[in-house]
Design a protein around this ligand. Sequence first.
Ligand SMILES: Nc1ncnc2c1ncn2[C@@H]1O[C@H](COP(=O)(O)OP(=O)(O)O)[C@@H](O)[C@H]1O
Ligand SMILES: [Mg+2]
Length: 333
Amino acid sequence: MKVQNSTTISQTTQQPAGVMFCGYTRTKFGRAIDEFIKSGHNSEEVCSRLNTKLALFLKHLGLSAKLGEGFRGIVYKIDDKYVLKVNKYIKNVDTYPRLPGEDIFKELKSYYGKSVLDFNMWVKVMKNVTSRGKHIQAGIPDMKEAYSTLQDKALIWNTQYLPKFAELPQKSYDAVAKDFAALNRVKHNGQFYSFDTKNPNNFVLTGKSLRIVDDIDTTNIPEPNTIAGMLRGFLEKMDLDSKAPVGIENAGYRHSLMKKIILAGEKYELPYMHGDNDLQTWITVCDNDCYYRDIIDKLQVMRRKFPDKKQRLEMVKEFLDKEIQIHYNSFYE
Ligand SMILES: Nc1ncnc2c1ncn2[C@@H]1O[C@H](COP(=O)(O)OP(=O)(O)O)[C@@H](O)[C@H]1O
Ligand SMILES: [Mg+2]
């Protein structure tokens, strides 16, 4: 992804200069996708019309708005309703549109990573995370050539991403935790499912709403979506490869974000952690210290003892404010 502006978080949509879009925009390709979905995949004619539109779109890919890029794919805007994810490593020009099978993730409200239409392993269509055309990834986009040093990245993180995400309202994180809990309830053919929390680019912000993207992983672990997973996606890392800085200079925002995520996790009673990665995340976000243990112990007791959720959440909030302040004082003053 190209850097557009190094002093502010760039909105990831690029519109051709001078073109102003008002209202909800659709393209012929987008409408052909709708037509195909409605036709239930039966008509050869609809199918070939769609293939022609796709071929045209791919031919002029360079002119399309690039909404985001990850390790495996680049996501282009089709219109306000749909996007096309193009795999960077697999190219398969034989396209054959197919509707996805049974949707086992239909309970998820914030998840936009599922395909509404697959052409092959190379290209797939998904719902656009926002009709307003703008979103921001929860970490620094993959543009290493621009922010080459870790110090540069840390500065961008501390001054732009962290404040932006720390200042979101509690309900933004509540919605994510709700989906983590909903995904924990899904079991299919003996498998459990987890969001990919390793890369912050799998969480994006549009307005004040957070959305989850990318593929959902399968696992043998029951309830794999944890509070640690949320902390990893939003706070532990500033991009796929680098941990976010931990120090006095960003402690205020870090702690504020940490409290919101933990409170959201408590609201939906997510597990605290599974395995070593989760443990490492707790240690990191707790100022590289072990006071996470005191926090989890106390939260566990509160979950057991206070069935009234409203009352418990008030107590959790009060506890977190106090506990984190105590550690802040002993660490940084
Ligand atoms: N449904 C979507 N609507 C709009 N943008 C998306 C959508 N899915 C992904 N993106 C954008 O593309 C980026 C890369 O997508 P992702 O699926 O995470 O790819 P990768 O597998 O390469 O990590 C995301 O961080 C986001 O900015
Ligand atoms: Mg991703």
